[in-house]
Design a protein around this ligand. Structure first.
Ligand SMILES: Nc1nc2c(ncn2[C@@H]2O[C@H](COP(=O)(O)OP(=O)(O)OP(=O)(O)O)[C@@H](O)[C@H]2O)c(=O)[nH]1
Ligand SMILES: [Mg+2]
Length: 209
């Protein structure tokens, strides 16, 4: 993550830290990667979300106190024919969110393959987080929570079940994948999770007082 300060020569504005955070989403097709991003960035959900072609880029800034956190999010396409493009997006990423669908065991197996690829080829410092999405479809669950949690613990991954549809754990999960200094930023994760979209803004500088 890079951090830089901005200030005016006349000193009328206080120092503002800008933290950039590059995040990539990976996983099988239709597991809900784009839906998680849409929920995080716009607070919306679309039952008819279209499949991603290649990859989509979304940016989001969250302003808190003297820090602006800029999320740069690469939402990759899950279709196998785009697999070879993935390294372009996870190279240089500080965090990767690997998504599976709790109603489709084959997507959990695919997620494990993504984790192996990231461990082999991504930056050694990358934070890998595993999301069991579509947690709202509990009656159709075919991947046990405990099984995924045990795998994540054994592999050293963050793990949460999420629902882009109900917003369950979405903000919490994205913030928990952020580098330590962002997470520690005055309870950023908890505050963003509690306040949802009201924390999101598009400024790069903010006056105090
Ligand atoms: N019930 C439920 N449906 C979801 C959830 N997240 C996504 N969906 C639905 O699942 C379908 C696929 O979602 P996408 O977000 O397009 O999945 P994706 O992983 O981006 O798919 P690709 O772009 O093809 O890789 C859409 O119909 C979404 O509405 C969720 O949490 N719960
Ligand atoms: Mg998509």
């Amino acid at each position: 993550m890079s951090t830089r300060g901005t200030s005016r020569a006349n000193g009328s504005l206080p120092q503002t830290k800008i933290c950039q955070f590059k995040l990539v989403l990976l996983g099988d097709m239709a597991v809900g990667k784009s839906s998680l991003v849409l929920r995080f960035v716009k607070g919306q959900f679309d039952e008819f979300q279209e499949t991603t072609i290649g990859a989509a880029f979304l940016a989001q800034s969250v302003c808190l106190d003297d820090t602006t956190v800029k999320f740069e999010i690469w939402d990759t396409a899950g279709q196998e024919r785009y697999h070879s493009l993935a390294p372009m997006y996870y190279r240089g990423a500080q965090a990767a969110i690997v998504v599976f669908d709790i109603t489709k065991p084959e997507t959990f197996e695919r997620a494990k393959a993504w984790v192996k690829e990231l461990q082999r080829q991504a930056s050694p410092n990358i934070v890998i987080a595993l999301a069991g999405n579509k947690a709202d479809l509990a009656d159709k669950r075919l991947v046990d929570y405990e099984e995924a949690q045990t795998y994540a613990e054994d592999t050293g991954l963050l793990f949460m079940e999420t629902s882009a549809k109900t917003a369950m754990n979405v903000n919490e999960f994205v913030f928990s994948s952020a580098p330590g200094n962002i997470r520690a930023s005055k309870g950023l994760g908890e505050r963003a999770a509690a306040a949802g979209q009201s924390q999101h803004c598009h400024c790069s500088r903010r006056k105090q007082g």
